[in-house]
Design a protein around this ligand. Structure first.
Ligand SMILES: Nc1ncnc2c1ncn2[C@@H]1O[C@H](COP(=O)(O)OP(=O)(O)OP(=O)(O)O)[C@@H](O)[C@H]1O
Length: 671
């Protein structure tokens, strides 16, 4: 793209450096760039570059690259932005490159396009800084520059302490004391609300929003105007790290007021999407600065005024808030007063990188795989909007109501079904006079992980058992993969299955992992696994055995195939039981407190397997007492209380800002 920001196409790889072997999370700018451009070319995208006026630390050219998959005049557009905060860039870049590779070569419907904007703050990524070349926090720079910039009086009182010249010594002790007093008075959240709100007065200060639109701001606007001008339905992901619970990729939409995109987001992601409304006194449990102005989200909506825009932020938690703030403050000191290449300088830079991208394969894997699933889901919904619009069977219905019609399967262009994998409406169940479930609803989309938490006796296990009709519900609707289980009134006035053949067929698609493993004690592990595929799915023995060995390898039990359950530890038995469930290639897996019968030291090995299944995109409903695990692995969490869903939200929201007193008390007892 030509223009004030400068651009010219250039062959992929021309900026490659010597660090090809480095993990992408630790890679330098040139390697990230090379990987992205190569993936974009393989995917069949058109590539454009927007050259930055400065160079990187090795003298390399800096640029924001743009990959466009599909037609430029597409009306449906999915946008991925990485590196708004430079030091977080390797995460967003890795997501973009992995997603392009995952579905390569891409085949998109004619009016759907993907726009991947790679490292919008290239200077920040190259120099491992959160800010840009002007010390500007890009996510505070998208304000309306035609009027005066917001004033942050609270920050002004702390500026001297936050930017103390000394690294150590009496001035530094005094500055730290001043900040400690403020933190004690306001709490870390209160202090953060002031410091992270952004300020437009001190060019050398923290969270500086700038004095006008910076290069990255102008470039993003130019890209959006050029490539998104014709779009009418736009979903934008801005990829971040550094706030919220460790290793949990929260999905947020940040907005200063309600807009139609938010309702659209809720219809796609349900409670997995947390809406963060910003304002001078707004609060959230997500770790995002609600008091700030000038977010990228504001920019994308303004740049494409004729479209319905859903601006999303993927925010992967790392360290706790004070540790991240300390790392950012130290980095600000280094660039104001320190020596970048000194041992102290190197330590500060390493600390900053680790505060935003932990050197932890579990964190990296979880954040990447969950983010890719968010992209998949968003793209599927874009396609569903298109189908719904053209589908004369649904006149007058909005796309989201079409999606919510359980028994009405709507195949997308790529053949994917857009109905939920599991939908439960108003489920009721009594045992004698004991009313256990009083109208429970749940929707699980393909690839979603939902955890159910609640006190003992609240009905969690009963609910799971009703899903695959191990218990007969008294009322309500259960649909698996769009197929509603047919029920009929029985002589005793209750409901029962109308068609047992249908129940058997649906049960074969719903795997269940029990608390007590339920392995056959007289069969070896491998015989346990092949039993159901052989007799229910009629798989040939050889094929079933081969699959069983592959599954045993997956759960780390390759060596134990000939053992009997009694010769295995509890953790090993549960992993074998998971392999047995997977052998049926289930559409959805139900876990009923899979670790509660285990000794504490065996819990981890089972949770690792479940986490891996979540990362692979399996649809799972998990009843658990492992709160931290539920928080890390789930897209949404349901709190069941006395047979009703009391609260349902994304984990960051449910655990961070419980709304009901009952949930607060429950969490206080269990966390
Ligand atoms: N087959 C049954 N017959 C009679 N009552 C039952 C039966 N199964 C469960 N219940 C009762 O239903 C209520 C809910 O039990 P359920 O096992 O679903 O709770 P839960 O939330 O899973 O509890 P926990 O966390 O202790 O496993 C309890 O009061 C239990 O005693």
């Amino acid at each position: 793209m030509n223009g004030s920001t400068g651009a010219a196409n250039r062959p992929a790889g021309s900026t490659a450096r010597h660090d090809e072997q480095v993990s992408p999370y630790a890679a330098g700018f040139a390697t990230l760039r090379q990987g992205f451009r190569a993936a974009a070319q393989r995917a069949g995208a058109e590539l454009f570059e927007y050259l930055h006026p400065l160079n990187g630390p090795d003298g390399e050219d800096l640029a924001t690259d743009v990959a466009l998959l599909g037609h430029r005049d597409a009306t449906k557009l999915l946008v991925l932005i990485s590196g708004t905060h430079g030091v977080e860039g390797p995460f967003g870049s890795t997501c973009q490159t992995a997603w392009l590779n995952q579905n390569s070569p891409w085949r998109l419907p004619e009016d759907t396009a993907i726009l991947a904007i790679h490292l919008i703050n290239p200077w920040g990524t190259a120099w491992s800084r959160r800010v840009n070349e002007d010390n500007v926090d890009l996510n505070r720079n998208f304000i309306d520059w035609s009027g005066p910039a917001p004033v942050n009086n609270g920050y002004a009182g702390l500026h001297d302490a936050l930017t103390c010249r000394e690294w150590e010594g009496p001035d530094r002790i005094g500055a730290d004391e001043k900040l400690a007093v403020a933190r004690k008075k306001l709490g870390h959240a209160g202090l953060g609300a002031i410091v992270e709100a952004g300020q437009y007065e001190f060019v050398d200060g923290m969270f500086y929003g700038g004095g006008g639109p910076v290069w990255s701001n102008r470039t993003l606007n130019e890209i959006l105007t050029t490539f998104a001008g014709d779009a009418r339905q736009v979903i934008v992901f801005d990829l971040h790290t550094g706030a919220g619970p460790y290793g949990y990729p929260a999905l947020l939409s940040v907005a200063s007021s309600e807009h139609p995109g938010l309702a659209w987001g809720k219809s796609i992601f349900g409670p997995a999407l947390a809406t963060v409304l910003t304002g001078p006194s707004a609060k959230t449990g997500t770790g995002i600065a609600t008091t700030a102005t000038g977010y990228v989200s504001d920019a994308v909506r303004k740049a494409i005024p004729n479209a319905r825009v859903l601006p999303l932020v993927v925010e992967c938690g790392t360290l706790d808030g004070p540790a991240v703030m300390e790392a950012v403050q130290a980095d600000n000191w280094l660039h104001l007063f320190g020596k970048i290449d000194s041992p102290l300088g190197k330590r500060i830079r390493e600390t900053l990188r680790a505060a935003f991208i932990p050197n932890d394969p579990d964190w990296q894997r979880t954040c990447l795989s969950s983010s890719l699933r968010y992209f998949d889901r968003a793209l599927t919904d874009l396609q569903a909007v298109e189908i719904a619009k053209d589908n004369s069977r649904h006149p007058g219905q909005t796309p989201s109501t079409v999606r919510a019609t359980v028994a009405d399967l709507v195949p997308a262009d790529d053949g994917k079904i857009t109905t939920p994998a599991v939908q439960i409406d108003e489920l009721h169940k009594s045992f004698g006079s004991l009313l256990v479930l009083k109208g429970v609803n749940l929707t699980a989309h393909a690839g979603e992980v939902i955890s159910m938490i609640g006190s003992s006796g609240s009905g969690k296990s009963t609910f799971l058992r009703c899903i695959n009709l191990l218990e007969q519900p008294d009322g309500g609707k259960v649909a698996i993969d769009g197929e509603v289980i047919k029920m009929k009134p029985l002589a005793n006035g209750r409901l029962g299955p109308a068609d047992m053949a249908q129940v058997e067929r649906i049960r074969a698609r719903v795997g269940m992992v029990f608390q007590n493993f339920n392995l056959w004690p007289h069969m070896t592990v491998v015989e346990n696994i092949v039993e159901a595929p052989r007799h229910v799915l009629k798989e040939p023995r050889e094929k079933a055995v081969e699959h069983a060995h592959a599954l045993l390898k997956k759960v780390g039990l390759a060596e134990k195939h000939a053992h009997y359950p009694g010769q295995l530890s509890g953790g090993q038995q549960q992993r074998a039981a998971i392999a047995r469930t997977l052998a049926m290639r289930p559409k959805v897996i139900l876990f009923d407190e899979p670790t509660s019968a285990l000794d504490p030291e065996l819990v981890g090995e089972v949770l690792r397997v479940i986490r891996q299944l979540a990362e692979e995109g399996n649809t799972m409903i998990l009843v658990t007492h492992e709160m931290q695990f539920a928080r890390e692995v789930s897209h949404k969490v349901l709190f069941l209380h006395q047979g009703k869903v009391e609260e349902e939200a994304a984990p960051a929201e449910l655990f961070g800002s419980p709304r009901s007193e009952r949930l607060r008390q429950f969490l206080a007892r269990t966390l």
